[in-house]
Design a protein around this ligand. Sequence first.
Ligand code: C5P
Length: 204
Amino acid sequence: MQFTVAIDGPAAAGKGTISKAVAAHFAFAHLDTGLLYRAVGRRVLAGEDAVSAAADLAPEDLARDDLRNAQVAQAASKAAALPEVRAALVAFQRDFAARDGGAVLDGRDIGTVICPNAQVKLYVTASDIVRAERRYIELVARDSATTRAGVLADLKARDARDSERATAPLRPAPDAVVLDTSDMDIAAAVQAAIAVVEKARGDG
Ligand code: C5P
């Protein structure tokens, strides 16, 4: 059975947490597509060309534990604006989505470009301030020099680059269900997402 759940949205809106929980609930596979771009960004920071890094990404690149920092995030979003980088990553994402047993993919262009025929499309968002605070809490635990103002500025720069790029800009698909998590805790946001998937599957 093929069943694709596409979850898009800006940074730190909660889509990673929601995607993992939805995948676990339905026993679907999960792909965090941001990791692909982060892995490319990290290789660019190490001196490589973005397009060749995207063309030969290996599983080891995705398993590294240094992909979730602000510097890699910015490098990822710069590399992600290059059409050749995006093109090199399409087949892997589509193959993942087409696997038997159901798949959840989260990113920026899943419902619009990668899986326009996904059975469920969610666009998860939250206010800038709420997103920055969530990301601050996550980053300060690893680096005590992290500041709220710095995190907010980074998020805004990345959102602007992701939404304004010519290829696959961040935006909700016309048929996406928009989930604003600004005033929701994790459990409520996950429950809301599960309800959308259950409805699409014809459950209960
Ligand atoms: O989701 P995450 O914050 O890990 O993504 C890092 C960057 O990768 C984003 O800011 C965006 O530029 C890029 N990205 C993308 N398309 C996706 C997933 C991520 O352009 N499907």
